[in-house]
Design a protein around this ligand. Structure first.
Ligand SMILES: Nc1ncnc2c1ncn2[C@@H]1O[C@H](COP(=O)(O)OP(=O)(O)OP(=O)(O)O)[C@@H](O)[C@H]1O
Ligand SMILES: [Mg+2]
Length: 287
């Protein structure tokens, strides 16, 4: 085939291929057992680090806790997922621009509403959300801590769950509780561990090893260790400055660690399931 014919064929293929064939949208849910372990910082800086590798990323703030994604970026969301439902808005109208052009959606107060939608509203939510299929490579959900029914439904529907722990025993015990509950719902759900705020390689290694062993011994479940992020004073400084540490202090130890973590993630076998539609179906209809 001549070059020109080949190009033409590629153009045509592009046009007739559904979007979802072009881009496999994966959903990553970030969670923890205990609150305050660093989920939002991990979600945001992981997202920015992926975006720096030319991946298209959308971040969802589904946490109703204190330190929200918007606060960490120093921006204020105008519309939220909840206001989309209340005002019948399109998804486009609630996508906000954060730092570095990072797209994000704020859940808003009363996000649990999405689980009791019916009729027109359910259709609207499904169709609008489904627009994301093929539009982005990764959807990152910053979920709340602990074992809420709502939280569990987001987690079990994701392609990947990132479980963030600190080396302290309460964080580990609570995270194990989350893992156990997730395992009971879906033993095949891929869970990946991130150790945040470790003070040394040894401490991180020990924590990861203990958690992995407990998981294998009691649940017969293997979990991947994605990596660890050091306890770094620059993280706190960045939080105070309302700017993500990866951007504010790109050479900080935490920034190097999150970059490394993204590479580790991209090197692991892909866990793509059924795209956005699959995620929505599971989240909305599998209790
Ligand atoms: N690697 C780190 N090094 C030092 N401090 C950190 C690190 N990660 C997080 N922190 C500190 O912990 C605080 C809480 O982090 P973050 O808001 O990301 O936690 P969270 O798990 O999302 O909390 P919540 O459960 O309230 O949503 C930050 O404001 C920061 O001061
Ligand atoms: Mg948070």
């Amino acid at each position: 085939m001549s070059d020109q014919a080949n190009r033409l064929r590629q153009e045509v293929m592009k046009r007739i291929q559904p979007e979802d064939k072009l881009r496999r949208t994966r959903v990553i849910a970030v969670t923890s057992g205990k609150g305050g372990v660093g989920k939002s910082n991990v979600s945001l800086n992981f997202a920015l680090s992926l975006a720096a590798l030319d991946k298209k990323v959308m971040i969802f703030d589904l946490d109703v806790g204190m330190a929200n994604i918007d606060v960490l970026m120093g921006v204020t969301p105008k519309e939220t997922l909840v206001s989309m439902l209340e005002k019948n808005l399109t998804l486009d109208a609630i996508i906000q621009k954060g730092v570095n052009g990072l797209q994000y959606i704020s859940g808003g107060n009363g996000i649990g509403k999405v689980f009791s939608l019916d009729g027109e509203q359910l259709n609207h939510f499904f169709n609008e959300f489904n627009v994301l299929q093929g539009m982005v490579d990764y959807i990152i959900l910053d979920t709340g801590a602990g074992l809420t029914q709502e939280g569990m439904r987001f987690l079990q529907a994701a392609d990947d769950v990132f479980l963030v722990i600190n080396p302290e025993p309460p964080s580990i015990t609570d995270a194990y509780g989350v893992l156990k509950a997730l395992h009971a719902r879906d033993p095949k759900l891929p869970v990946k561990l991130i150790i945040n705020r470790a003070i040394s390689d040894q401490e991180a290694g020990r924590t990861a090893h203990n958690f992995q062993q407990a998981s294998e011994k009691f649940l017969n479940k293997t979990i991947d260790i994605l990596g660890w992020i050091p306890d770094d004073v620059m993280v706190r400084k960045a939080v105070m400055a309302q700017s993500p540490y990866l951007l504010e202090y790109p050479n900080a130890k935490a920034s190097e660690a999150i970059t490394q973590l993204v590479h580790t993630y991209l090197d692991l076998p892909s866990t793509y399931k059924l795209g956005v539609k699959g995620f929505l179906t599971k989240m909305l209809f599998h209790k």
